[in-house]
Design a protein around this ligand. Structure first.
Ligand SMILES: Nc1ncnc2c1ncn2[C@@H]1O[C@H](COP(=O)(O)OP(=O)(O)OP(=O)(O)O)[C@@H](O)[C@H]1O
Length: 283
């Protein structure tokens, strides 16, 4: 696979449930290193598209290629290998309530059995720090965590195998405005540090303004537009008009840049505790 080949190629996909068509001749391409947001009305088929990308649904026709591998047509062993190259942050976090934070994050490593047992602890603690949590948090149970912490633990688990591609389903849903802002700052930081390709479903306009390179709009059973926020926000489509209602004046390129720079303010590092920031700069 060449460096500039797309990471995701959805080609002419039609999906239907019991004869009810959700996607018709849908196309979407995601390039290496970009953050792409998928927006669309309720029931437009965003989650179904995400499930197609994860190989959890099979289209009626068309192909979905991830890292150049056609899902559904590659051998089970190849699919396994492709799956380990992506991480997923599910909307509700999908943490196992009976496991503590450490064991939740360690789970993919233990399942894969690719690293020696004594390497698991340092790797887990590293990811915990990377998402801005304290070492003490490792022993907590999911029920003892705030909504923002649940998202961070889930993100640490999604990143534990060092994926190149990250899927996020409504990453800021259910968070209060401040936690949502902190989480988006963390995503910006990780994206810069790890060079991730990110595909996210979101309804949150602030998330788009903060971190997204391109916005894909799912409506009328296909992607009606895919491009920079500043262009997509001006589409004369009823869903898009409604989605960006009251936000159009923020959509000038300069305003988006200024907003992003304000998020990179070093006085607050996406919730990474000061002690960890000092440790990181000391190395
Ligand atoms: N397994 C399934 N069987 C039958 N119908 C389904 C199935 N999964 C999804 N659907 C239907 O497909 C349509 C699209 O659902 P989907 O969850 O993908 O929409 P969405 O855009 O993610 O919506 P929301 O923003 O409300 O979560 C809906 O009408 C839903 O009822």
């Amino acid at each position: 696979m060449a460096a500039d080949d797309p990471i995701i190629e959805v080609d002419n996909v039609t999906t239907a449930f019991d004869g009810h068509v959700i996607h018709r001749h849908l196309n979407l391409t995601v390039h290496r290193g970009e953050v792409l947001a998928l927006i669309g009305g309720s029931g437009s088929g965003k989650t179904t598209l995400l499930r197609l990308l994860l190989g959890l649904e099979v289209p009626q026709s068309g192909t979905v290629k991830i890292f150049g591998h056609p899902l559904g047509r590659c051998a089970a062993r190849d699919l396994e290998r492709v799956r380990y190259r992506w991480g997923v942050l599910f909307q509700n976090g999908a943490l196992f309530s009976a496991l503590n934070v450490f064991d939740n994050i360690a789970l993919p490593l233990r399942e894969l059995k690719s690293v020696p047992a004594d390497v698991i602890a340092p790797l887990v603690m590293l990811k915990l720090a990377q998402v801005g949590l304290k070492p003490d948090d490792a022993l907590k149970r999911p029920a003892e965590l705030s909504g923002g912490m649940v998202k961070r633990v889930s993100l640490a688990r999604a990143l534990i195998l060092d994926p190149q591609l990250l899927f996020l389903d409504e990453p800021t849903a259910g968070l209060d405005p401040d936690s949502a802002k902190q989480f988006v700052k963390l995503l910006r930081k990780l994206r810069q540090e790890l060079g991730l390709t990110v595909v996210m479903i979101t309804h949150d306009v602030d998330t788009l303004f903060a971190v997204v390179d391109r916005v894909a709009v799912l409506a009328d059973q296909h992607i009606i537009a895919c491009g920079p926020l500043t262009q997509v926000a001006r589409l004369p489509h009823p869903f898009v008009r409604n989605f960006f209602l009251g936000h159009l004046e923020r959509c000038a390129e300069e305003d988006v840049k200024r907003f992003r720079l304000s998020l990179d303010d070093t006085s607050d590092d996406g919730g990474v505790p000061a002690v960890l920031r000092e440790e990181q700069t000391a190395h």
